[in-house]
Design a protein around this ligand. Structure first.
Ligand code: AGP
Length: 594
């Protein structure tokens, strides 16, 4: 997820582009750039934040231009991979938000036709394709180029000597801000607030030509009018997309994040190549290392890989591993880290490499330290996660672990097909959880008055109990503990009673019956009980005080829907208690110290 901006009007474009880009940094901030058009095109870009670029930028003359702030997906954050990207002549510049799945094939073809590429990005094929099809009509050349592209895009194109911006949208957001003798094009409303409150939202497949005093939109060759909206948000509100907190916005982004993350793997031409550790039959085990929420994802990964691949897996806290653990020889290692900068996890990666272990990293941030020291990196596509409490990165990490296991799943094709089908259905299943917030809000109101809360789960949902407790602790400041349900009777039972509610994760798997027994044991000790259960579960209603119903999925996928429900429960409980949800006390988004 990147942020793009375009301006054409009667004012100098540079200061406007920089100001609008600064407001889009919540979409990505690892590098940025601008191109200003007058008789020629001047491009300045680097792996810096917008504020730094503004300091080093010379005065660029021109009343039309484009800009980009990046969240790298193809090609590390660097000066050459930053946008805008140009054609061979340097007269066509493009900024792009999205992912081009067939870029490698297009690139090979264009190189064979003499085009010279300078970056590792997927985006760079666009200006070269436009150049290839240009015969005096920029709009037509853009249209021809887009017919060759598979994937998602929101683009803005500027060409030297052409007093217009050509824009197009498919599976990525793009808006036009209508001004007086000027117009704006942007990924999102926050960018242009303060300049205009009149906005048009482009629709799928739209191609538009924007000049200082006109906006023409066509779709499939036909002119089309788009409804104009009047925006009344503050900039900060708009960055949250109308949600009250980044955390709620990020929770609601999960269907898209799951689709994007899976899309990146399933469209990948080759499974993770030479991932020797997964096929090395001499392997005696696998080690997953991480911290916090990423560790909980790793624990779920242990269940996934052991069930599907049959390799014994250890999931360990990186901070513990670093001081006490000896690595077993013949151990393959996976390190999971959203930020890619967590000190404990980086230290563990270095330790493993020192003893000759190959380390695969699952991370959300391209160019992060972890991705640079890893032997192999699998990226999730969660986009920037602003809220300190990790939510969408957790489900995206699970997608990486499912895909990893499925890539080395050596059993019958029918089972593989049903598992892939189950994965593809997850975005809509998660959407069902998001659409069923009311009961979760009610449970949150109920929970918000308590000081201590337990979460219990079994099997693949034990780590979900840990994650549910962590989310509640982090943002509502309620003391919460996650337990394997079978453990309660070995001690924690002593803490049960009317003032300690228990949240039980009840999955329709081989633990169902014994879970009901544990729930009865909790009830007899007087604790209020909230059950998280699958739709159609008749029995649970008789036992629980409140029931949060989640859609039916295969047991191996239940951690995804269950965790989203518990993220919402933590969010609404914290909201009920008036906590500073996005930036809770004493915590940081990336813990770069031991
Ligand atoms: C989770 O909500 C917290 N932000 C924290 O536990 C986090 O998961 C942990 O610090 C690990 O971060 P990482 O994934 O960036 O390495």
């Amino acid at each position: 997820m990147c942020g793009i901006i375009g301006y054409i009007g009667d004012k100098q474009a540079q200061p406007i582009l920089l100001n609008c880009l600064g407001r889009l940094e919540y979409r990505g901030y690892d590098s940025c750039g601008v191109a200003v058009s007058s008789s020629g095109i001047e491009v300045y870009k680097d792996a810096v934040r917008v504020g730094e670029l503004a300091k080093i930028l010379p005065q660029l003359d021109g009343t039309a231009g484009i800009g980009h702030t990046r969240w790298a997906t193809h090609g590390e954050p660097s000066q050459v991979n930053a946008h805008p990207h140009c054609d061979c002549t340097g007269s066509i510049a493009v900024v792009h938000n999205g992912i081009i799945n067939n870029f490698q094939r297009l690139r090979r073809q264009l190189i064979s036709e003499g085009h010279n590429f300078v970056s590792e990005t997927d985006t760079e094929v666009i200006p070269h394709l436009i150049e290839k099809h240009y015969d005096g009509n920029l709009e037509k050349a853009v249209e021809a180029a887009l017919r060759k592209i598979e994937g998602s895009y929101a683009i803005i194109v500027v060409m030297a000597g052409e007093p217009k911006l050509v824009v197009a949208k498919k599976d990525s957001p793009l808006i036009i801000g209508i001004g007086d003798r000027e117009n704006f094009v942007a990924s999102d409303v926050p960018a242009i607030l303060g300049y205009t409150d009149r906005v048009i939202y482009l629709e799928e497949g739209d191609i538009g030509v924007v000049t200082a005093d006109s906006i023409k939109i066509r779709q499939a060759g036909a002119e089309g009018a788009r409804k104009e909206y009047k925006i009344s948000w503050s900039v900060e509100d708009a960055q949250k997309g109308g949600y009250e907190h980044f955390m709620l916005k990020e929770i609601h982004e999960q269907p898209k994040v799951i689709r994007d993350t899976l899309g990146g793997y399933i469209s990948a031409t080759e499974p993770v190549d030479n991932l020797a550790m997964m096929t090395d039959t001499s392997l005696e085990g696998m080690l997953i290392l991480a911290c916090g929420t990423s560790y909980h994802a790793g624990l779920v990964g242990k269940y996934i890989v052991e069930e599907l691949v049959g390799i014994p897996v250890r999931a360990e806290l990186a901070s513990e591993f670093n001081y006490f653990r000896q690595t077993l020889a013949k151990t393959g290692a996976i390190a999971i880290t959203q930020s890619g900068e967590t000190a404990d996890t980086l230290k563990a990666i270095k330790r493993l490499k020192e003893v000759g272990c190959r380390v695969l990293v699952i991370t959300n941030v391209m160019g992060s330290t972890a991705s640079r020291i890893a032997d192999q990196t699998i990226y999730i596509r969660a986009g920037p996660e602003i809220s300190v409490a990790a939510t969408k990165s957790f489900t995206a990490q699970l997608m990486a672990l499912y895909w990893l296991a499925l890539s080395y799943f050596k059993v019958d094709i029918k089972r593989l097909d049903s598992l892939i089908m189950g994965l593809r259905q997850l975005p809509s299943k998660v959407q069902q959880v998001l659409d069923n917030e009311d009961i979760i809000v009610e449970c949150a109101k109920y929970l918000s008055g308590y000081k201590d809360v337990f979460f219990i789960g079994r099997g693949i949902n034990f780590p979900v109990a840990l994650e549910g407790a962590l989310k509640l602790k982090e943002i509502s400041y309620i003391h919460a503990e996650g337990y394997a349900a079978g453990e309660l009777k070995h001690g924690p039972f002593a803490l049960l009673g009317g003032d300690t509610p228990v949240i039980a994760i009840v999955a329709q798997d081989n633990t169902y019956e014994v879970m009901l027994t544990n729930i009865r044991e909790v009830k007899t000790r007087g604790s209020p009980l909230i059950a998280l259960a699958e739709e159609g579960d008749e029995a649970i209603g008789e036992l629980a005080d409140l029931v949060i119903t989640v859609p039916r999925v295969e047991a191996i996928f239940s951690p995804v829907v269950n965790t989203v429900a518990l993220q919402l429960l933590a969010y609404y409980t914290a909201k009920e208690r008036g906590c500073p949800i996005d930036f809770p006390r004493n915590l940081a988004k990336s813990v770069t110290v031991e």
